[in-house]
Design a protein around this ligand. Structure first.
Ligand code: PEP
Ligand code: MG
Length: 585
């Protein structure tokens, strides 16, 4: 899929809009080779080691508890064995002694000491022992990873463009601390969480470039065009001049858009469209308010805690949710309960053969009721200003909705007994992102106050295309007729059953999709705050009766291209040049 234009141009997937010219920083986090290095400050090295051991222990304990629950004592024993190694006083003593006397880096020492255990096991004639040696490799890597994470934070340069093979959601959170200006990755798709976080942070990103890390060197000058998915390595004079001009135009348009902040989001013929923001990181809150969002349509709580060692306790969550609710008051915020699993891996790295079809979202929460209740109690307590809504991810059956609602009732009863205040009418909603929920949208909607369409997942599940895999990017079609018709079905059925229907998937932030979505009857959109002013500008330029007609036409088409062509035609005839420059070339 990587096409080449001029020799220094790479083409990938446009993952977060904006254009930036800056220096490259090659971020190679996966080099697991361990070098023997000396350290100046042995005490600091020992402290770092202890912290990493503690963190690894915490992670493993959590995994162990969950594994016992899910896989039974026997298989969970693997993790218990790993924990025992971490607790071995002889190991710790030896490692500390060597760091002190030989002044060596902790990665090297811990690796060589643990390898001694492995050598003994490998030498055993018992197959069982040999297998255990493999598990120990895991714990070694965990400790080293935790040691490196700590070191990495101080090592990365500020104000650079990160070039790497793949970015995890946790990486993106760490990058925010050092003011990274953009991302370029070899792997990843449009709705991978790394791309979503890049959009939240308002930094351009191009993903799925295949060979960026082998073609780009540290300190190369790069142009990253996140609108068209283009990266230019060491641009020539002509390319630089062309892009400087483009950046100037975008800035002009950007400042014009900010003037819309307090203007209503209505079509030219008076249809009101509620325009809210998606929030992935606490750091984004300022943008949300600045960009004039009418509340938050999706708080991805799992992202807020991405860097935490384990699940945050009730008090910590209560503080975060209260802060969000206060900041946005009187506007509403929609808090989605933890959507763990899929590509949203938390420290609990339990391995599953098909994580996207596995223990994810509501399934995980209902199997871990204590964790679920902790979150629900925290958000109920934060709801006393009556501007919080709760939303459940990955709902696939009515049973899941009813069980979740019952658990909310239990939480309310507990809080009442404890004399705590909360909103007794807290609105309850679900994400529609699993095909079963889409098919039964009417029945599901009848059980709740609102539904929100999560197209990122819905598209991947309806079309059977991995949302994060750049190899099948062409097949991940937002405008596939099956998707457009499914959206229509959900909207009609949801409204019929008196539920509010909104959309919080990335499709709502796609400039090309907005007229179609409004025409299909959606009257509430939630998008990354960085793109919100652009979407408002489009809404304010749309005539509802025109896009209704456009949507009806699109519902009849049988291939994606016809739908896209039809919307492009609509843009050409109805919009000025400044908006058209936001569409991909
Ligand atoms: C979605 O699936 O569209 C969605 C908004 O949820 P997430 O991207 O967090 O899976
Ligand atoms: Mg989803």
């Amino acid at each position: 899929m990587t096409k080449q234009f001029k020799k220094n141009v790479l083409k990938g997937i446009a993952a977060a809009p904006g254009i930036i010219i800056s220096k490259a920083y090659l971020y190679k986090k996966d080099k697991e080779e361990i070098f023997r290095e000396s350290v100046d400050d042995a005490e600091l090295a020992i402290q770092n080691l202890k912290d990493a051991l503690e963190k690894s222990k915490k992670e493993l304990k959590k995994i162990f508890e969950l594994a016992v629950d899910k896989m039974g004592e026997k298989r969970a024993g693997i993790f218990e064995a790993q924990l025992m190694i971490l607790d071995d006083p002889v190991l710790l003593e030896n490692v500390i002694k060597r760091i002190k006397t030989e002044k060596l880096n902790p990665e090297f020492v811990i690796s060589s000491e643990i390898s001694k255990y492995q050598d003994i096991m490998d030498a055993s004639s018992e197959p069982y022992m040999k297998e255990r040696s493999h598990d120990i490799e895991d714990i070694k890597n965990r400790i080293i990873r935790n040691l490196r994470k700590k070191k990495w934070k101080s090592r990365i340069d500020s104000d650079v463009l990160v070039v790497t093979d793949v970015i995890t959601p946790a990486d993106t959170v760490l990058f925010t601390r050092v003011n990274v200006k953009g991302y370029i990755t070899d792997f990843g798709g449009l709705t991978s969480h790394a791309a979503i976080v890049a959009r939240s942070l308002n930094i351009p990103a191009v993903v799925g470039l295949h060979d960026a890390t082998s073609r780009i060197r540290d300190n190369d000058t790069l142009i990253v065009d996140g609108i068209n998915g283009i990266v230019i390595i060491n641009p020539d004079e002509e390319q630089l001049a062309q892009y400087k001009e483009k950046i100037k135009k975008l800035h002009q348009f950007g400042s014009e858009l900010l003037k819309l902040r307090d203007k209503p989001s209505v079509t030219t013929d008076g249809k009101k469209i509620v325009l809210q923001a998606n929030v992935d990181l606490e750091e984004e809150l300022e943008y949300v308010v600045q960009n004039g969002a009418e509340g938050i349509g999706l708080v991805r709580t799992e992202q807020l805690f991405q860097v935490a060692d384990s699940f945050p306790d009730e008090e910590t969550q209560f503080e975060v949710y209260s802060k969000l609710a206060e900041k946005l008051y009187p506007n509403e915020i929609t808090i989605r309960t933890f959507d763990i699993g899929g590509d949203k891996v938390l420290p609990l790295d339990i391995k599953e053969p098909n994580p996207f079809l596995g223990w994810r979202g509501i399934r995980f929460l209902l199997d871990n009721e204590d964790l679920f209740k902790t979150q629900l109690r925290a958000l109920l307590r934060a709801s006393s200003h009556r501007n919080i809504k709760v939303m459940f991810p990955m709902i696939g059956s009515i049973k899941e909705i009813r069980r979740s609602k019952k658990i909310i009732e239990q939480c309310k009863a507990e809080l009442k007994d404890a004399g705590q205040h909360f909103d007794n009418d807290l609105p309850i909603g679900i994400m529609i992102e699993v095909p079963s929920a889409a098919v039964m949208a009417g029945d599901f909607a009848a059980e709740v106050d609102f539904v929100s369409i999560g197209t990122n997942d819905l598209i991947q599940y309806i079309l059977a295309v991995d949302r994060g895999n750049e190899n099948v990017f062409e097949q991940y079609q937002e405008f596939h007729p099956a998707i457009v018709r499914t959206l229509k079905h959900i909207i009609t059925e949801g409204k019929k059953n008196n539920a509010t229907v909104s959309i919080c998937g990335e499709m709502a932030a796609d400039i090309l999709a907005v007229p179609l979505l409004i025409g299909l009857g959606l009257d509430s959109l939630s998008v990354s705050s960085s793109i919100l002013p652009h979407i408002k500008k489009i809404i304010r330029s749309i005539k509802y009766s025109d896009v209704e007609q456009l949507a009806n036409e699109c519902l009849k088409f049988k291939v994606e291209e016809q739908i896209k062509t039809s919307i492009h035609k609509y843009y050409k005839t109805h919009f000025a040049d400044d908006i058209q420059q936001l569409l991909k070339d």
